[in-house]
Design a protein around this ligand. Structure first.
Ligand SMILES: Cc1ncc(COP(=O)(O)O)c(C=O)c1O
Length: 372
């Protein structure tokens, strides 16, 4: 089945009690035990599972082409559960421009685990191979990366992880399964901040982990979810499932708008450099062409001048909103180094934008006047 059809149907059933076409939200925290002591319908207590959450998990597993999915209360709750599955002293390979929240999690919360972490430039496959140690257990991938939109060769890095007996996990937040399905390239698992494109409306917080096959890190993440308790609410699951229905069409619109903006920015004399994988000049364009079916709604650009010039451009926007996050209908702009704080390696004149679902003519007009 094509992804547009799966997005509407996977995980959903007509409600047998009422005939409702749209799935109900199950708020019950507890479920009836049968006289023989069993739970034949599969649910006993809401932290362990709930029908609305189950529907979302089935939908996400289908969209990614995975065996099974777990829904969490946020993207970083997924990452926490994954890292909790590692043993003290285990080695992790991560991109040198890893999403800063995850870098904080590894360096802050898990510092006392402790984990050994090598941050490497994942565009350099030989460098990834050289970083492998006998204790490497997890290889984290982000492609396109955040905010420099670097492209990692999924098949090559998944192969290195497999040879090292480590598990590869890709952050699919920027692309969603509509534009890139890492499991098809041999990656073991995908995680998402569903807060972004999958939810799609900037009105819920959630995360998900999808696996291609049974493995110990997935099983440990399941335990962390159920007994650690970072479970999503039924309402958030329902909102995410609703967002998933329109995901393929929204991703197409985000990508089309972002391509138009990228081409406009590239021609603009006030812009030094544009980072967007859909531009033929992008260093990862050829690999991206192979493994992505569209370029997505995220792009970054460096303004000619320094930090103050970039901040002044962001201050002048009228239609874009100065806000962090991504994946919703509103176009957002942020001075990324300010968001990431003092340790940030992001260029000081870089602005990151999440291109929304407005008409691209209006978005271009807004950036035109802001860049004046
Ligand atoms: C690429 C990426 N991955 C993961 C996350 C974390 O997700 P959440 O905020 O839902 O915990 C974010 C959040 O901004 C993100 O941008």
């Amino acid at each position: 089945m094509k992804i547009e059809t799966q997005a509407v149907h996977a995980g959903r059933r007509i409600d047998s009690a009422t005939g409702a076409v749209t799935p109900p939200i199950h708020l019950s925290t507890t479920f009836e035990r049968h006289p023989d002591g069993d739970y034949p319908l599969g649910f006993s207590y809401a932290r362990e599972g709930n029908p609305t959450r189950r529907a979302l998990e089935e939908c996400l597993a289908a969209l990614e082409g995975g065996k099974e999915a777990l829904a969490f209360s946020s993207g970083l709750a997924v990452a926490t559960a994954l890292l909790q599955g590692l043993e003290p002293g285990d080695h992790v390979i991560a991109p040198d421009d890893l999403y800063y929240g995850l870098r904080q999690l590894i360096g802050g919360v898990f510092a006392k685990w402790p984990l050994q972490t090598s941050y490497v430039d994942m565009t350099d496959v030989a460098g990834v191979r050289a970083a492998v140690r006998p204790t490497t257990r997890l290889v984290l991938i982000e492609t396109p990366s955040n905010p420099l939109m670097k492209i990692t060769d999924l098949a090559a890095v998944a192969h290195i992880a497999r040879e090292a007996n480590a598990i590869s996990v890709c952050d699919g937040t920027f692309t969603t399964p509509v534009l890139q399905r890492p499991l098809d390239w041999g990656v073991d698992m995908v995680w998402h901040s569903t807060t972004k494109y999958i939810g799609g409306h900037s009105d819920m917080t959630g995360g998900a982990l999808v696996t291609r096959y049974d493995n110990y890190l997935f099983e440990r993440a399941r335990k962390s979810l159920i007994f650690g308790g970072a479970v999503p609410s039924p309402f958030d699951c329902w909102l995410t499932l609703r967002g998933a229905s329109t995901l393929p069409w929204r991703m197409r619109a985000h990508s089309g708008n972002a391509q138009a903006l990228a081409e406009f920015l590239q021609r603009h004399p006030a812009v030094e450099r544009v980072y967007y994988p859909g531009l033929p000049e992008h260093t990862g364009h050829e690999i991206a062409r192979r493994q992505m079916s569209g370029w997505g709604g995220m792009l970054s650009f460096q303004v000619r001048g320094g930090r103050e010039t970039a901040i002044a451009v962001a201050a002048r926007v009228r239609l874009f909103t100065r806000a962090t996050s991504l994946g919703g209908p509103h176009s957002l702009i942020e001075h990324r180094a300010s968001v990431e704080g003092r340790d940030s390696k992001t260029p000081q004149n870089l602005l990151r934008v999440s291109i929304g679902l407005e008409h691209f003519d209006d978005l271009i007009a807004d950036l035109q006047q802001a860049l004046r």
